[in-house]
Write a protein that binds this ligand. Sequence first.
Ligand code: TPP
Length: 387
Amino acid sequence: MDGEPPSRPPPRVNTAAGVEHLSQADLRVETHQVVTAEGTVEASRVPDLTDAQFRDLYRWLVLQRTFDERATKLQRRGQLGTYASGRGQEASIVGSAFALADDDWIFPAGREAAALLMHGVSMRDLLLYWRGVEDASRMEGANVFGVAIAIGSQMPMVTGKAWGMQLAGDDAVAVGYFGDGATSTGAFHEGVNFAGVLGVPAVFYCQNNQYAISLPFSEQTAADTVAQKALAYGVDGVRVDGNDVLAVYNAMSTARARARDGRPVLVESVTYRRGAHTTSDDPTRYREEEEVESWAARDPVDRYRTFLADRDLLDDVDEAAVREEVDEMFDEAVAAADDYPHRDVDEMFVHLYEEPTPELARQMEWYRDFLDDHPEMDEYVHQRERG
Ligand SMILES: Cc1ncc(C[n+]2csc(CCOP(=O)(O)OP(=O)(O)O)c2C)c(N)n1
């Protein structure tokens, strides 16, 4: 009949046609490991570090753990706005940052305190950042970009920065830290894709800590691994045991070397977030205690301690002294943060554009009038200086 589409037979499959499909089951994605959860060491894979560097790695693991504990308590006392702990991810954070050079650039996601401290951010500024002080987002004096609160948003910038450094003839790499959740954002795909097309010195470092707030990895993607996603962009991928600090160091140092040769790399560091997403989250609502305990048995700090003991290096590390040293640094950083100059409400409006737009100027005016009419709110704004 006129106007109706011609009828088509139902699709029929010719099973003899030999159409082949690529499937992820065809992929071999191994997880690089140096020290197993039981403490067995693959001697040939141990990185070529000095005894002092092996001990230093341990110091940074303890620092990350202690900083997380102290910052979480500080938030509980109302002295930080919120805090995102890296508990459980210490090896993933420390091993990756330890493999970077000073002139490399880090684009953080927020959980990697030790990576930022190692790269020159001051502890005071890190605390001010979690107090919501805009100035601290500058990460003054360090090759560290502002924390990407809009998840995944740093990825095109990683590529852009890497491209810029390549054009300028710099010998450094740009490294984006992000979580498994960020791999579902458009910015992730655009950033990694463009890095592959341009062949820039970029490393995309995914800490797959199994959750994006309450969403488990199995619901984030149908892919078995994050590492395999690299292939679709024509970049290299590597999967590493993120609770094995030496394995992470190997993975990042080789990724860095490749990236400098113009071969960007996507690294998947398989780990677990043992704490809450942030201090505003209650993880007992979406995961079982047994699961958390099973990962506690793979504790990255304990595992590295076994390695050090095997090498007779543990006796040289006074753990109590390290903790005391970090505690002291932390106390000093809190005191310095408390001394930070009084904040003005303008702060919220002045950082977006060189010149404020008429709309922003109008909002600032409105806000000032509002605070004049409601002095009690003014007090609330000032109180935020402590968290
Ligand atoms: C674009 C965007 N969408 C949603 C959010 C809200 N949000 C904050 S953190 C987060 C989950 C992040 O998970 P993941 O990337 O795996 O990092 P993790 O927190 O596990 O380290 C979400 C959805 C956001 N900040 N930005």
